[in-house]
Each structure stands twice: as structure tokens, then as C-alpha cells.
Design a protein around this ligand. Structure first.
Ligand code: FAD
Length: 513
């Protein structure tokens, strides 16, 4: 009789929750609270989405995808795994814009963070000034939209805003503003984090500080960020957006370094390569008008490769009279090619959200959801000229495998907090460069060819002794490589993991532990 009753209950449950019969049945049901079970899904569509990311080159299937409606749902899920005799892996998935499976959880559970909506609240305090309390699941575009209504905005950004706060803070979050304010992780007062034991903790520089420093740039290893308190400043209304073209890499980097060194100068400094096959306008922005673009592209065709310095100065109604003179003063000693300076004047929001317009164009042509074999690196300043010769000229230009874009711009070491997990070159230099080889491939086959090129680039750097660090690291396969990556920070990283995620549950897609 018992057997029949059991069978009947099981059949009823299967009808109500069809995934029970599928892969999900491997999860320890006996310990999952019913309200958690009801938020786990394993149908083909959700599994397919959680098994892929922006890179489109790497796939790993979870057993289930979890759609939390509250933070305590995630607490229960993590606690269930932690207390169970065979814990299952759990990965927070922000917007899935990693390129190497970092937000995947093979045979585990992916937490779809965007199913939360914990909101964005702008506040002010005597000691912190203006700040925003932002859910880890929030997209930066929504942070911008909300804060700008108060005439405020975060100070440090990424080029693209459809990324989650939890996702970028797990890496660093960098863009042309980083030289001035540091990466996004340098602009956080406090975090709420669910550890690998299922404890919800608040941490800051003074409370649970090792968790705070560990989580920032910690690749999701110590906890799931449910909220971040982010620094805000008065938002400008408009920006002067300028590009200058260089034929010589040495002059290009010399001027970049000069521009990030001056006080009260620019608000944003980036740079990129322009090649015959990597034209001046690309998905990062269609900055150039049609005639300007053809002028720049024809110079690139003639020279093989040229360099575009991209800068921005913010302004508002108080500085409208003086902004052009201020810029002329800043530009007067630069060595860009005469006649190759191009200016635009746009709203602050349009500038920050510039990539979205291009994304929508590519989406409509079916060219956005293609493989993205990206390689992001930090290169010591002392190695940047050699990097230009051995990587940009000898590999990227010669082999011309994709149209990029290819970014190169400097950062200041002093704006990074060495106590945080994010790693930058060891070299004791005040400046290092960020390199973004942001390839789009036509298909998986081409993607693999570019992946091979990426590996060769890493090998070349190793052989000629340029001590690079990977940003958004994904090319490591052994523990030794991770130890080398974190260098002196490794023992802190390992100890913090043992303390906050002793059963190695969180973010398995990073393949560190
Ligand atoms: P996901 O890919 O979903 O997750 C990334 C990692 O973080 C995973 O390990 C995941 O488990 C973990 N994670 C996610 N949410 C949380 C959370 N709440 N708590 C703890 N861990 C979590 N980066 C820059 O720095 N600057 C740029 O300018 C920039 N531009 C980009 C442009 C595009 C078009 C794309 C696709 C990416 C860009 N990136 C840039 C990289 C991007 O910042 C990272 O890939 C980031 O992780 C993506 O955020 P996400 O929300 O999609 O995170």
C-alpha cells in the first residue's frame, strides 16, 4: 500500500513539476524546501540559455535554472546545497555576457539573477555623500536611468551598460573613466553577499573586510552579491567627444600617458587600432561621419595600421562658455596627425549608452549573436611598445582574422586597491595598459581559429617576457596558472575561499577550484 501511495504521489508531483523526471531528479529533493523547488526549472529552453553565453564558444549544461523572487530564496538554495551530503554547484548568472562559460554550472544550478528586482535607491549621508543602493541583478543602464533623474550618476563605467552590477563587480568594471576614478570596484562603499554557506552578510572596508576585498574582482568565488552601495557624483549634462588619429604608436601612447597625468583634464581616455580590415566605425560606436570615416579608413589602408585616441570632457551649463578653450589648451601639445582631429557634442547619457545603438543595428542584421573569442589583457607600461610590435603588428595586422575592435588604453595603478582580488600587472610601474581584442567570428570554426591565435598571443608574451595579466581570465587550465595569475594574492584568495565557500559550491564556471 505504501508503495502504491508513494507511486501515486510521485506521479502527481511529476504532473505538477514535469522536470522531476528529467535531469533535475539528481538534485537532493529531500532537503529542498518546497518554495525553492517550485522556482527551479529544467525545460529545454531555459537549460539551453544557461548553457551558453555571449562568447558562444563554450557550453555546459546545468541540471536546473533557479528563478528567485527574493534574496532569501537564494539563501535557502545555497544553504540547501551547503548542508547536503553531496553539495551541488551554484552559479549566479547576471546577464550572461561572459565569453568563456564563467556563469555556467555543469550539473549544478544556475541562479538567474535578473529574476530578482530589488531595485535602486539613491541616498545621501554626511560621511558618504551621494550613493545608490543597487541590487546585484540590476543592469548598469538602469542604474544610469534612475540616478540621472536625481542629477547624479556613478563615476566609473564599462563601455557597454547591459551588464549587471554583480557581474562587473566580480571582475573589475573598466572603461575610459578608470584612469581617473579607478575601476567600478574602487567605487563601492558596501556589499550584501550570500556566502557559500548560505549566510547573508554585509561587508565593507570596516565590517567583514576580507569578504569585501575578496568579493570585489573575486570572480564570484566567495559569495553572491545581492546589493552594492555605489559612489555617485553630480552628473554632467553634455560631453565633448573627440578622436585624434596617430600614425606612430610611440607618440600615441606617449600622449595617452600625458593625458591621464594632467589634473583637471579629461574625464575619459581610451584608444584603439584602425586597420584595413578593422575600420574606424564599429560596434563600439559609429563615431565618424561617412566622409570622415572614409578619410580615416583610407589613411589606415595606406599605412596598414593607425591609432585612434578617443577622449571626452564633460560639461554643463556652467562650463559651456569655456569648454572649447579648455580642450584646445589640453590638446595643444599633442602629436596627432594634422587635420585628423574629429569632434562631436552629445548628451552624457547618449555617450555612456553609445554601444547600445550599434548593438541594435547588429542584432537586426543577425550579427550580434555570433561567436566572440575575446582576449582581454593588462600589459605593463614597460612592455607596451614590444606588445605593439609582436602582437599588434606581427599577429593582429598580419593575420587580419577579424574586424575587432581592438582597444588599447592606459590605467593608473594608484586608482586600484591592491587588497581587492582583481589582479593587475606585478611590475612596480605607475601605469599599465588594458588591451581588448574584441573579435567577432562568422561561425564556430572561425571562432576556434581566433581562439588559437589568442593562445599564441599569450605564448608570445610569455616568451618575450611581457608580464601580462588576463582580465576576465579564461585561458587557464591548471591550478598553477591560477596561482601565477593571483601571484602574492593567491594565499588570501585560497584562505578566503576556505572560509566563505568551504564546499566549493560557487561560480564553478571560472574553473579555479
Ligand atoms: P555574467 O557573465 O552573468 O557573470 C560573470 C561572472 O560573475 C560569473 O562568474 C558569475 O557567476 C558571476 N556573477 C554574476 N552575477 C553575480 C553576482 N550577483 N554575485 C556574484 N557573482 C556574480 N567589461 C569591462 O570591464 N568593461 C567593458 O567595457 C566591458 N564591455 C563589454 C561589452 C560587451 C558587449 C560584453 C559582452 C562584455 C563587456 N565587458 C566589459 C565584460 C563584462 O564586464 C563581464 O563579462 C561581466 O561579467 C558581464 O556581466 P554579466 O552581468 O553578464 O555577468
Amino acid at each position: 500500500v505504501l508503495y502504491m501511495i508513494n507511486n501515486l504521489i510521485s506521479k502527481m508531483l511529476t504532473k505538477l513539476m514535469p522536470w522531476r523526471n528529467t535531469s533535475l531528479s539528481s538534485l537532493p529533493y529531500e532537503i529542498l524546501p518546497l518554495e525553492i523547488e517550485g522556482k527551479l526549472y529544467a525545460d529545454t529552453t531555459v537549460i539551453k540559455t544557461a548553457s551558453s553565453d555571449f562568447g558562444k564558444l563554450f557550453h555546459e549544461s546545468p541540471l536546473a535554472v533557479f528563478y528567485p523572487s527574493t534574496i532569501s530564496d537564494i539563501v535557502h538554495l545555497v544553504k540547501s546545497s551547503y548542508t547536503c551530503s553531496s553539495p551541488f554547484k551554484i552559479a549566479a548568472r547576471g546577464h550572461g555576457h561572459s565569453v568563456g562559460g564563467q556563469a555556467m554550472a555543469k550539473d549544478g544550478v544556475v541562479v538567474e539573477m535578473t529574476s530578482l528586482n530589488t531595485g535602486i535607491k539613491v541616498s545621501w549621508s554626511n560621511c558618504l555623500g551621494f550613493y545608490a543602493d543597487v541590487g546585484g541583478e540590476q543592469l548598469w543602464i538602469d542604474v544610469l536611468r534612475t540616478t540621472i533623474e536625481h542629477g547624479l550618476a556613478p563615476v566609473s563605467w564599462t563601455d557597454y551598460l547591459y551588464l549587471t552590477v554583480g557581474g562587473t563587480l566580480s571582475n573589475a568594471g573598466i572603461s575610459g573613466q578608470s584612469f581617473l576614478h579607478g575601476p567600478q570596484i574602487s567605487n563601492v562603499h558596501e556589499l550584501d553577499v550570500i556566502t557559500g554557506k548560505g549566510d547573508l552578510l554585509t561587508c565593507s572596508r570596516t565590517t567583514n573586510s576580507e569578504l569585501f576585498y575578496g568579493v570585489l574582482g573575486g570572480l564570484g568565488q566567495f559569495g553572491i552579491i545581492t546589493s552594492a552601495r555605489i559612489v555617485l557624483d553630480k552628473a554632467p549634462t553634455r560631453v565633448k567627444w573627440v578622436r585624434m588619429i596617430y600614425e606612430d604608436f610611440h607618440n600615441f601612447t606617449k600622449d595617452q600617458e600625458h593625458l591621464i597625468s594632467i589634473n583637471h583634464g579629461l574625464n575619459y581616455v581610451e584608444g584603439s587600432l584602425i586597420l584595413k580590415k578593422s575600420p574606424a566605425n564599429n560596434w563600439r560606436s559609429s563615431f565618424f561621419s561617412i566622409p570622415d570615416e572614409s578619410k580615416v579608413n583610407s589613411l589606415a589602408s595606406k599605412r596598414g595600421m593607425i591609432y585612434s585616441l578617443e577622449v571626452v570632457k564633460y560639461y554643463d551649463e556652467f562650463s559651456i562658455q569655456t569648454i572649447n578653450e579648455e580642450l584646445d589648451e589640453i590638446f595643444k601639445d599633442l602629436s596627432f596627425k594634422t587635420g585628423f582631429i574629429f569632434k562631436k557634442d552629445v548628451s552624457f547619457v547618449d555617450f555612456l549608452n553609445r554601444v547600445r545603438i550599434e548593438e541594435l543595428k547588429l542584432q537586426s542584421q543577425g550579427l550580434w549573436d555570433v561567436p566572440h573569442p575575446w582576449l582581454n589583457l593588462f600589459v605593463p607600461k614597460s612592455g607596451i611598445l614590444e606588445f605593439n610590435q609582436h602582437v599588434f603588428i606581427d599577429i593582429i595586422q598580419k593575420e587580419a582574422k577579424s574586424s575587432g575592435p581592438f582597444l588599447v588604453y592606459p590605467m593608473k595603478r594608484e586608482t586600484w586597491d591592491d587588497r581587492m582580488s582583481a589582479t593587475i600587472p606585478d611590475e612596480d610601474e605607475d601605469v599599465f595598459y588594458t588591451i581588448g581584442l574584441l573579435h567577432s567570428a562568422r561561425n564556430t570554426e572561425d571562432g576556434k581559429i581566433i581562439e588559437h591565435q589568442n593562445k599564441r598571443i599569450l605564448k608570445v608574451c610569455d616568451e618575450i617576457g611581457i608580464k601580462i595579466k588576463q582580465y576576465l581570465p579564461r585561458h587557464y587550465t591548471t591550478k598553477e596558472e591560477w596561482m601565477k595569475h593571483f601571484g602574492a594574492k593567491w594565499s588570501f584568495f585560497e584562505e578566503t575561499k576556505t572560509k566563505y565557500d568551504p564546499k566549493m559550491i560557487l561560480s564553478p564556471g571560472q574553473r579555479i577550484f
